[in-house]
Design a protein around this ligand. Structure first.
Ligand code: HEM
Length: 460
C-alpha cells in the first residue's frame, strides 16, 4: 500500500493537488533532503510552499505550520485523528502500547492504568532512586581524572540506569541491562529509519539488518516477559518499579488488569518512549547552561537557597528559574521535532478539503523556533516562561497536547530537574566548543557530535 501511495504522489494523483506542495522531481529532491536532514527539509518546505503544504511523502501527507490547525487536530477534533502511519512503523517493536495503539477503547483502558502508576505519589518514591543514581554518576566523575566529558553519552548511561531501576526493577541483572540497552537502541532506530524510506525492505525479508533486528527484538521481549512472570509471584510494595506496579494494577473504574501481552507492550513502550527523550533533553539543557554561565550561576544560587528538595512536580514553584530553563531548553531543542496524525474521516483546513486517511504532520521544531510566536526565537531566554502557564500556549508542544499528550511528562520533568540540580550543585560546567552542536533527528533530537562539556569541581 505504501508503495502504491508513493507512486500516486510522485505522479500527483494524491487527491491533495489543490494544496501547494512539491511534485515530480521536486518531490524526489525533497524526499532525499528529508532522508539526509529532516529538520532542514521541514524548514525549506515552509519557506518554499507556505503554512499548509501537501507533501508526497511515501503516503498522502499534509504538513501544517499553523497553530489553529494544530489545535484542531490535537484538540478540538482529536476523536477523528489517530496516530499517523509513521507511528505504525513502531508497532513492530512497541506492539499495541500507548504510543501506537489506535483502538480508542483499549488505549483509554491502558492510559488510565499507566497514568496512575506515573502519578505524583509514585514519582516521589522514584525521586530518591533518581538522586542516588545521579550522585553515583557524579562520584564516578570524581574518581576519574578527566575534566571534559561527552554529556550525550553520560546522560544516556544515567537515564538508562534510571529507566532500568524505576521501570524494570532491581531484578534486572547487569548482563540483561546491556542486552536491553542494545535492543532498544537498535530496534527503535531501525523502526524510525523505516518511516523515511520510500521503499523500505519488509521485516520478513532475511537481510542481515533484518536478522539483527529480530535478534534484538526477541531479546527485549524475552527479558520483559521473564520480569513480568517473576513479578506475578510477589506482592507490590513501597519501592516497586513501574513494571511491578503495572502487573498488579487495576483500572479504578472497572477493576480490570492488563493482560500479559498488554503488559509487555506497555513496558517496552515506556522504555522506548521515555529514555532517549529524557536523555537528549538533559544533554541539550546542560549544554545550554554550560554556554550561558550567568544563567547557570543564577540557578545554582536558587538551588542552594532553596529549603525544599526536588521530588515532585511542585519544583515548578519552589525552583522557578530551573523550571524555566528546562522549558526553554525543550523549546529550542524539542525531543520529538515532528509528530503525525491520520484522519479517520474527511476534514477541512479552512477551504482545503483533507481526504480521509491523510497523514497530517505537526512540525514542532519549526513552531518552537518561529519568530511568529517567540520574539528573538533562537536565543536562550528562560525568563520568557516566567509566570507563564504553558498549558495555555498553543505554540509550545514539547509533550504534545490533547488526550494523546505524553503520559510521562511530570515524571520526566522531575527527573531532568533532579539530575540538573545535582550536577550543577557539584560542578561548574563550561561548553568545550564555541557553539552547541548541530541537532539531528534520530528517533529523538540528538546532538550530532555529542555534547562535550568541561567540568570544574566546586568546593562543598
Ligand atoms: C523529556 C522527556 C520526554 C519528552 C520530551 C516526551 C515527549 C512526548 C511527546 C511529544 C509525545 C506525543 C507524541 C505524539 O503526539 O505523537 C509523547 C507521548 C508519550 N510519552 Fe513521552 N516524552 C518524554 C518522556 C517520557 C517518559 C519518561 C515516559 C514514560 C516513562 C514517556 C511515555 C510516553 C508515552 C507512553 C506516550 C504515548 C501517550 C499516548 O499516546 O497515550 N515519555 N511523549
Amino acid at each position: 500500500m505504501k508503495y502504491i501511495n508513493s507512486l500516486r504522489n510522485f505522479i500527483s494523483l494524491s487527491g491533495l493537488n489543490h494544496i501547494p506542495g512539491p511534485s515530480g522531481f521536486n518531490f524526489i529532491k525533497l524526499m532525499l533532503h528529508f532522508k539526509r536532514d529532516s529538520l532542514g527539509a521541514l524548514e525549506s518546505t515552509e519557506e518554499n510552499y507556505g503554512e499548509v503544504v501537501r507533501y508526497g511523502w511515501p503516503i498522502n501527507t499534509v504538513i501544517i505550520y499553523r497553530t489553529d490547525l494544530i489545535k484542531q487536530v490535537l484538540g478540538d477534533k482529536n476523536k477523528i485523528y489517530v496516530k499517523g502511519e509513521q507511528t505504525d512503523e513502531m508497532k513492530v517493536v512497541m506492539g499495541e502500547g500507548l504510543v501506537t495503539n489506535n483502538d480508542r477503547k483499549s488505549w483509554l483502558r491502558s492510559r488510565i492504568i499507566v497514568s496512575k502508576e506515573l502519578g505524583s505519589k509514585p514519582i516521589i518514591g522514584f525521586s530518591k532512586t533518581i538522586k542516588d543514581l545521579t550522585d553515583s554518576t557524579i562520584q564516578s566523575w570524581r574518581d576519574n581524572s578527566k575534566v571534559q566529558l561527552d554529556f550525550s553519552i553520560e546522560m544516556r548511561n544515567l537515564t538508562f540506569a534510571i529507566a532500568g531501576k524505576t521501570l524494570l526493577g532491581s531484578d534486572l541483572s547487569k548482563e540483561d541491562a546491556k542486552i536491553v540497552d542494545d535492543a532498544v537502541l537498535y530496534t527503535s532506530k531501525m523502526a524510525h529509519d523505516h518511516m523515511f524510506e520510500l521503499f523500505p525492505t519488509p521485516y520478513w525479508v532475511p537481510t542481515k539488518k533484518n536478522r539483527l533486528f529480530h535478534f534484538h527484538n526477541g531479546n527485549l521481549s524475552r527479558i520483559v516477559e521473564r520480569l513480568i512472570e517473576n513479578e506475578k509471584q510477589s506482592p507490590p510494595h513501597e519501592t516497586s518499579s513501574i513494571l511491578q506496579r503495572l502487573v498488579h494494577a487495576k483500572n479504578p473504574e472497572t477493576g480490570e488488569s492488563l493482560s500479559d501481552k498488554e503488559l509487555k507492550d506497555e513496558v517496552i513502550t515506556l522504555l522506548i518512549a521515555g529514555y532517549e527523550t529524557t536523555s537528549n533533553t538533559l544533554s541539550w539543557v546542560l549544554g545550554l547552561l554550560s554556554k550561558h554561565k550567568k544563567i547557570q550561576n543564577e540557578i545554582r544560587r536558587e538551588i542552594e537557597d532553596s529549603q525544599t528538595p526536588i521530588e515532585s512536580i511542585k519544583f515548578k514553584t519552589t525552583h522557578p528559574k530551573l523550571y524555566c530553563a528546562i522549558l526553554e531548553g525543550m523549546r529550542l531543542y524539542t525531543a520529538i521535532p515532528m509528530s503525525s496524525r491520520r484522519n479517520l474521516v474527511e476534514d477541512n483546513f479552512d477551504f482545503y478539503k483533507i481526504p480521509k486517511n491523510t497523514s497530517v504532520v505537526i512540525p514542532v521544531w519549526n513552531i518552537h523556533r518561529s519568530e511568529r510566536f517567540w520574539p528573538n526565537a533562537l536565543s536562550f531566554k528562560p525568563e520568557r516562561f516566567t509566570g507563564v502557564d504553558v498549558n495555555r500556549l498553543d505554540y509550545f508542544l514539547p509533550f504534545s497536547k490533547g488526550e494523546r499528550r505524553c503520559v510521562g511528562e511530570n515524571f520526566s520533568l522531575v527527573e531532568v530537574a533532579i539530575i540538573v540540580s545535582e550536577i550543577i550543585k557539584s560542578y561548574d560546567l563550561e561548553l568545550a566548543t564555541k557553539e552547541l552542536p548541530k541537532a539531528v533527528s534520530h528517533v529523538s533530537l540528538k546532538p550530532l557530535d555529542g555534547m562535550p562539556i568541561k567540568l570544574t569541581e566546586l568546593p562543598c
